[in-house]
Design a protein around this ligand. Sequence first.
Ligand code: ZN
Length: 165
Amino acid sequence: VRGHLLITHTHWDHIQGFPFFAPVFAEGGEWDLYAPGGLGEGLEAVLSAQMQHPYFPVTLAQLAATIRYHNLVEGALTVGGVRVVAQYLNHPALTLGYRLEADGDPYFRKVPIVLLTAEAGAEKTQEGFAAGITDYLTKPFKAPFVRARVRAWLERVGADSDRGA
Ligand SMILES: [Zn+2]
């Protein structure tokens, strides 16, 4: 499996799931990880620190997949054929928000967008759907529920979820 992960910032609630992300243990996998850099340690050092032996039995370097780390600043880049515009956000850590633009590619028109957020309420939900999302899930949610939801959307639209391979 080949994929891209856009990380807004490295507070624990945004990175603690990474060591349990099964695809990075798979031989032959290729992952590009993006996070804000430029201040302090880069993404690889931060992820590696949370996987030191006292905290986790597998180190970052032992993961079987090929992982590339991209320390970002504000600006635009292309990720898997999608234009990504990164912009700093107001948060008590170096944080980037990402705007994904793929209007010109017909493939991406049928890829479902599931927004996972802490922002509940009718107004926020309406804003999300107005911005073009397919589904809206608010915290707290459990991983099996999210997987089932995403799988259902992918089956519904007939999207090939492994297009990047
Ligand atoms: Zn945070």
